[in-house]
Design a protein around this ligand. Structure first.
Ligand SMILES: [Zn+2]
Length: 117
């Protein structure tokens, strides 16, 4: 990959990062430590009866796996941005070969080449 291609992917990663943070921010608050960890904030359910409360909590708990998936994706994006800084971006973590540009265009945060996934 040339510098221009990496710059393009970096832009893509940063855009993805911003939209992920926005998505997480809609139902979670950002924790200070550790970095990148988000805690789901349960809504206050004052003034409703016990049954309603249980329903709301149950509904809310279905968001937890979603939050977790977004967190993992965000972490991978941060890792990729870190690699761009270090100059190791685009190399497979397993075999060390270059990951195809085509694959990176689809998922710029990918860590492994198509042979290792
Ligand atoms: Zn590989």
């Amino acid at each position: 990959m040339n510098k221009k291609q990496i710059e393009e992917l970096k832009k893509k990663l940063e855009e993805n990062k911003a939209s992920l943070e926005k998505a997480l921010g809609s139902f979670a608050k950002k924790d200070n430590v550790p970095e990148g960890d988000w805690e789901t904030v349960f809504p206050k359910v004052e003034g409703s009866n016990m049954e309603e409360k249980a329903d709301e909590v149950e509904e809310y708990s279905t968001l937890l796996p979603v939050e977790h998936a977004l967190e993992i994706k965000l972490k991978n994006i941060n890792d990729a941005l870190e690699k761009i800084k270090k100059g190791t971006y685009g190399k497979c973590e397993k075999c060390g070969k270059e990951i195809s540009h085509k694959k990176l265009l689809i998922t710029p945060e990918t860590k492994k080449c198509k042979n290792c996934v």
